[in-house]
Design a protein around this ligand. Structure first.
Ligand code: SF4
Length: 235
């Protein structure tokens, strides 16, 4: 298949949503937003994101936060294991890396709650319909590529869906072998100079155009001319 990145990036730069963690994508900001968005819609997560950062502006503040206050800041988002893991990882980052996330994909993946979530992870909370799927969220890949510019994949449920349609490949994306194949395809198209924008563009395309619920919006898709499912009528 022809490389998708020129058309994808052109679309992304013209159409992406303006979001606070995109305007100021420090590793802490990307980390926090990725964890919040794992089971929560962007619109629902944004007020929590702003409030959380106002109270805990950096990783040392998160590491030192009292449990009750932390619980209050997360109240309403659900899946409290996410915030417990955030703090566990923050404490490790303070102890091992001087309070800054390491610019190293494998070191990031070793932190609690940051590597791949288990395939077929928890279903989105009913309070937040439309949340990102809990399949293979890869926070380490997002931080490494978006904040540090490292050429690594960030493959979440949105990206897997886009690639299953692009290649008209209907194998189960919860199968780890299939996910590895899809991840290799994602990397074949990744431009070395813009891994973060490419990864974000794929996630954004999956969220806005190649949507999970109902028919994808192929008429608005920058990749329609390359998409095998679109050509076959199986999207
Ligand atoms: Fe998804 Fe349609 Fe675009 Fe294919 S053409 S990637 S099915 S939105």
């Amino acid at each position: 298949m022809e490389n998708i990145s020129p058309a994808l990036l052109h679309w992304f730069h013209a159409n992406h949503r303006i979001l606070p963690f995109r305007s100021d994508p420090t590793p802490y900001h990307v980390w926090l937003s990725e964890i919040m968005l794992q089971q929560t819609r962007v619109s629902a997560a944004l007020p929590y994101y702003e409030r959380f950062l106002a109270a805990l502006p950096d990783i040392p503040a998160l590491a030192a936060c009292e449990e009750e206050k932390l619980h209050k800041l997360w109240e309403g988002l659900g899946y409290y294991s996410r915030v417990r893991n955030l703090q566990k990882a923050a404490k490790l980052v303070c102890a091992q890396y001087g309070g800054e996330l390491p610019a190293d994909y494998d070191a990031l993946r070793a932190l609690p709650g940051i590597g791949d979530s288990p395939a077929g992870g928890p279903a989105p909370t009913p309070l937040c319909p439309g949340a990102r799927p809990g399949i293979g969220d890869d926070t380490a890949g997002a931080i490494a590529s978006i904040s540090f510019g490292l050429p690594v994949p960030a493959v979440d449920g949105n990206v897997l869906r886009v690639f299953s349609r692009l290649y008209n490949d209907d194998r189960l994306i919860t199968d780890p072998k299939v996910k590895r194949t899809f991840t290799a395809r994602v990397m074949e198209h990744q431009p070395p100079a813009a891994p973060g924008d490419y990864n974000q563009a794929l996630m954004e395309l999956g969220a806005l155009v190649c949507v999970p619920n109902g028919a994808p919006l192929c008429a608005q898709c920058p990749l329609a001319h390359l998409c095998a499912a679109h050509a076959a009528g199986t999207a």
